[in-house]
Design a protein around this ligand. Structure first.
Ligand SMILES: Nc1ncnc2c1ncn2[C@@H]1O[C@H](COP(=O)(O)OP(=O)(O)O)[C@@H](O)[C@H]1O
Ligand SMILES: [Mg+2]
Length: 432
């Protein structure tokens, strides 16, 4: 006959080897996460080097081309000088043509200004169709001003009269070439961005499948032994030779296991949403939690919401969020301290805010950005999934938000959950 009721609930401990394995697994899980972000930086650095390389190389090409264009213009200046100073009767049209051809070939816009400062010859200048003389003169003067800034003038000596000058600007090709590295950098960045988007959405979709699949499978697998356990509880209860308190203890654990199973099955399928009185859900669940943690941790709930304020939620999943955040809070305060839960709705908004503050050790700014990443944990035996799950439940299933409102090392941390008081339509639910 079994009579002794165990004073303390027996707890299962992981076998040391299993523990070692689980830690190894966690480390490799985190490693893959970090490797992925390392990969991102490697790609970014390669892109940067490629762009710098392309910039330098095009600059080199531009310099070469600039030298060549200058040579062509100088040659043109020389031939012009020769033509102006030639004796009547000399025929040099052919030479002139050849040289003009070269300048034309490179499409170098140039203007010859005579000794009196009047623009005489213009080559490779484009004027709009049907433009008047006046308009053309304006264009020439404007181009001239620009050319004077771009390159030093090339003198053309005119015997006995003084000096004329040739002004020119870069060819169209050269101007385009200068732009090229920037255009290519822009294109590269744009393609890089697109690739990043594609990869990250593929990764997210994959993560989603893993989450949902794993949760569904877990719920499914737990179902059978659970119903069998339930039958055993009934049997123990009806057996007079067994202490009824044993059946009671086992039933509590079975109920707890059932809750876990429901959570997993909810996460693995479209959860059913119901209007729930927020304050009731929170305070009932906090009382449930309070009994399960050290009595040196005090819980306080302060409700500033309107009486009976409801939110469309999946109670089971929402409680899971509260549990994850509160358990972290308990972990952060090494056994002693308090947890304050405040429920508020700022006037003129449809926001329901649930602030959960602890008097724990707080966290650094750097960690604050990482705590919602899967696998991030500062605990020896942490899996770093609690907050990832909380975020997923609040954002994907409740269209809400969860974040660290504030945290101070040595003082404590406040998490804030924001839910929508408005009714979520069927459409939004289907998206999940
Ligand atoms: N209330 C808190 N105070 C201080 N640090 C916290 C708090 N809540 C979460 N953290 C930090 O966030 C990390 C991730 O939490 P979680 O995702 O629940 O994973 P785990 O609890 O397994 O470490 C924790 O390891 C801890 O460093
Ligand atoms: Mg946790």
């Amino acid at each position: 006959m079994v009579t002794a009721t165990p004073k303390k609930k027996p707890r299962f401990r992981l076998h040391p080897v299993a523990l070692l394995n689980s830690q190894k697994l966690r480390r490799s899980f985190m490693d893959t996460y970090e490797q992925k972000s390392l990969f991102k930086y490697v790609i970014a650095i390669i892109l940067l080097f490629l762009s710098i390389g392309s910039l330098f190389y095009t600059n080199y090409l531009v310099d070469k081309l600039e030298e060549r264009e200058e040579r062509e213009v100088r040659l043109y200046a020389k031939s012009l000088q020769y033509a102006i100073n030639s004796q009547p009767g000399e025929n040099f049209t052919v030479v002139m043509e050849v040289i003009e051809d070269a300048v034309n070939f490179y499409q170098i816009p140039a203007i010859y200004v005579d000794q009196n400062g009047f623009p005489q010859e213009k080559i490779n200048m484009k004027f709009p169709k049907n433009s008047s003389r006046k308009e053309q003169e304006d264009i020439v003067n404007k181009s001239l001003a620009k050319m004077k800034q771009e390159h030093p003038a090339i003198p053309v000596e005119i015997t006995g009269l003084g000096k004329g000058y040739i002004y020119y600007s870069n060819s169209f090709l050269l101007t385009q070439l200068r732009l090229y590295p920037f255009i290519s950098l822009f294109v590269m960045l744009f393609i890089g961005y697109l690739a990043y988007l594609a990869f990250s959405s593929a990764r997210k979709a994959e993560q989603n499948r893993v989450w949902v699949g794993l949760a569904k499978e877990t719920a499914h697998q737990l179902g059978t032994p659970l119903s069998s356990l339930m039958a055993w509880v009934e049997y123990f209860r009806s057996e007079p030779s067994i202490d009824p308190s044993i059946a009671e203890e086992i039933e509590k654990d079975v109920i707890r296991l059932e809750m876990i199973t429901t959570r997993f099955s909810n996460i693995g399928s479209v959860p059913t949403m119901k209007e729930e009185v927020v304050a009731d859900v929170v305070s009932n669940f906090i009382s449930y939690l309070e009994k399960r943690v050290s009595s040196k941790v005090k819980f306080y709930v302060s409700n500033e919401l309107a009486n009976g304020q409801t939110v469309l939620m999946n109670k089971n999943l929402f409680e899971w969020v509260i549990e994850n955040i509160c358990k972290n809070a308990v972990d952060a305060m090494a056994g002693v301290g308090e947890i304050n839960v405040i429920l508020q709705s700022p006037p003129l908004t449809k926001e329901i805010r649930i602030d959960i503050s602890d008097s724990g050790k707080g966290m650094s700014k750097a960690n604050m950005n990482k705590i919602f990443n899967p696998g991030f944990s500062t605990k020896k035996r942490g899996w770093g999934l609690g907050l990832t799950l909380a975020k997923r439940i609040i954002e994907n299933y409740h269209s809400g938000k969860v974040f660290v409102k504030s945290s101070e090392i040595g003082k404590g941390t406040t998490f804030r959950i924001i839910l929508n008081a408005k009714i979520i339509g069927e459409e939004e639910l289907k998206k999940v």
